[in-house]
Design a protein around this ligand. Structure first.
Ligand code: FES
Length: 574
């Protein structure tokens, strides 16, 4: 392998000349207390830090950034911490999905506009992982991902609590009068008890694991709990490694190939990962020039067993998964389904990185013949209601609903649904199909996690726990039910979902991968002709940019002008 020389470094353009501009760069470095010996001729490493006072999942990132810096310095690099927006999943409204592409743009432009040779990407809370990777892929400078790590298991009395999943569970108990306010307060205090991201197999654990399977982290990094001292040591190792990656010129698009994307998707399926990963993986693969489609998820799901016994699909939490051997052990178990020659950030192949990993607890990482789901943990549906596709998690649905025909009960938008869903007069039965419009990328806007429509109270009282629900929304990775999600094109832009009316018959046939509106083509054409496009939600600001350029769910919800690998000019230094 040829190693680059100091004058090959990108930062050399800022610092390597003896002109007036480099005078400015040197004098301002001096102003910060650095001498030339600190940085000249060394790889300058941007630490893109999504720390913020508002992001609880990243509350350890100030300390971790120092630990990364220590590694960069030890390896002979020069670290510069650069803050980026935090995308705090729980606090940011209307949804962090509205801002994923903003963080991706910020990452790319920070790396482009400053004297940076390589980057450590610090993220973990839901959208931060795909956003950082998307930006780094577009800039294509050497980059390594440092995952936040899951928080410790939640606890309440003798029960373990999982982020999200147990909130739905205990909220139902509270609504049923089985929990007091004081008990609810105890749960509130015990469910999130350390730094780190949600510790169920929600979007955060799914995407950090996908990043590792794709080769973007040091081996084993994604499974280490945030509070474990091994996490701090991983941060320093990450800082050390990025310096060599710069000398070796090992770049994100060397790692993200059709094979490594398949590895990531297979890992997601074996983990029982969040459906949100479909949108994120499609977007980031396309930033690497890999034409990933949603149908690839369906194809890989047909041969991938769900072997991680983790909530919401299973029983355990990420801390248990780490003690059981973590992602490396799981991947080693399904090695025959992976492309083991894929390269990773440490310069070794995925196969080399997982070869020695062992499973220490067979109830957490299940043997393949005892998989939670043998295959089809995700399915992609098509039909006249979703010409560009829709998604369902069959394993999360009651089996009787996987082949179902029912009459539609239609909600025009989220507010309409919230106002009427518990109305005793709502003409709904257990066999009805609940339909929510205007919940997609443009319609909501931001494609929020509204896809798990609540079961109407009167049906809950009658013992109904699942129904077919259809929307152009996403669903939280910790949710459950026969929820058809990501319907494309969405209703707001005139997708067929816009034309569904109360009482229409809808057929869901998951084994046949079919989603059909039982209305004649002539009647659909008539409804389409009288449809008026709704007004845009935003007329100015980032929202307006978002609505003009966001792509549909099957395309990854990227901005159309950010897709692909067309080169972007380097900044002039003058
Ligand atoms: Fe940050 Fe769940 S709130 S990952």
């Amino acid at each position: 392998m040829t190693r680059r020389k100091p004058e090959d470094l990108r930062s050399h353009r800022w610092f390597g000349n003896n002109d007036m501009r480099s005078f400015g760069h040197h004098s301002r470095a001096s102003q910060m207390g650095y001498s030339r010996a600190d940085y000249l001729g060394k790889p300058i490493i941007a630490i893109i830090n999504t720390w913020s006072d508002i992001n609880a999942c990243h509350s350890h990132f100030r300390q971790r950034a120092d630990e990364v810096k220590r590694g960069v310095l030890q390896a002979g690099g020069f670290p510069l911490e650069m803050p980026a927006i935090a995308l705090a999943e729980v606090f940011q409204k209307p949804t962090t999905m509205l801002y994923r592409n903003l963080l991706a743009m910020e990452t790319e432009e920070l790396l482009r506009s400053y004297p940076v040779d390589g980057a450590v990407l610090m993220g973990g809370c839901d959208k931060t992982t795909p956003a950082l990777l998307m930006g780094a892929l577009s800039m294509n400078l050497p980059a390594i991902f440092m995952p936040a790590g899951p928080m410790l298991s939640g606890h309440w009395r003798d029960q373990k609590l999982g982020s999200g999943s147990d909130v739905w569970k205990y909220w139902a108990e509270k609504r049923a009068g089985n929990l007091t306010d004081a008990q609810w307060g105890e749960i509130e205090d015990g469910i999130a008890r350390s730094p780190g991201h949600c510790m169920t197999m929600g979007t955060a654990s799914t995407m950090t694991s996908a990043a590792e399977a794709m080769g973007f982290t040091l081996p084993g990094a994604a499974s280490i709990p945030a509070a474990d001292s091994r996490h701090a040591r991983m941060a320093t190792d990450t800082g050390r490694r990025i310096v060599d990656m710069v000398w070796e010129d090992l770049k994100p698009r060397d790692l993200v190939t059709a094979a490594s994307v398949d590895n990531a998707v297979t890992a997601v399926l074996a983990l029982g990962g969040s459906t949100n990963s479909i949108v994120h993986m499609v977007a980031l693969a396309r930033r690497a020039g890999v034409a990933l489609t949603i149908d690839r998820f369906d194809a890989l799901a047909r041969k991938t067993p769900l072997v991680a016994n983790l909530r919401p699909a299973g029983k355990y939490l990420m801390e248990d998964f780490f003690y059981a051997g973590g992602l490396r052990a799981l991947l080693n178990d399904i090695g025959d389904l992976l492309e083991l020659s894929a390269r990773t950030v440490n310069g070794k192949t995925l196969g080399e990185n997982i070869a020695s990993a062992e499973v220490f607890d067979r109830d957490v990482i299940l043997p393949r013949d005892k998989a939670l789901v043998a295959s089809d943990s995700l399915a992609v549906l098509r039909g006249n209601l979703a010409p560009d596709g829709a998604v369902i998690k069959p394993a999360a649905a009651e089996a009787r609903l996987l082949k179902h025909i029912g009459h539609a009960v239609v909600f025009a938008d989220y507010n309409d649904m919230a106002a009427r869903i518990d109305d005793p007069a709502l003409p709904v039965t257990a066999d009805s199909v609940l339909v929510l419009k205007h919940a997609g990328p443009q319609g909501a806007p931001g494609m929020p996690e509204w896809g798990q429509l609540p079961i109407p109270k009167k049906l809950l009282a009658a013992g109904v726990r699942d129904m077919v629900r259809i929307s152009d929304a996403r669903m939280s990775g910790t949710s459950y039910g026969a929820c058809v999600l990501h319907v494309a094109p969405e209703s707001f832009v005139g997708g067929p979902l816009a034309f569904v009316q109360d009482g229409d018959l809808i057929e869901l046939d998951v084994p046949a991968r079919k989603l059909e509106l039982k209305v004649s083509a002539a009647e659909l054409a008539r409804r389409r002709a009288s449809w008026k496009p709704p007004e845009m939600h935003y007329t100015r600001g980032f929202g307006a940019l978002y609505q003009r350029h966001i792509t549909q769910a099957d395309q990854g919800c990227d901005f159309d002008f950010l897709e692909g690998i067309a080169p972007t000019a380097e900044p002039e230094i003058h």
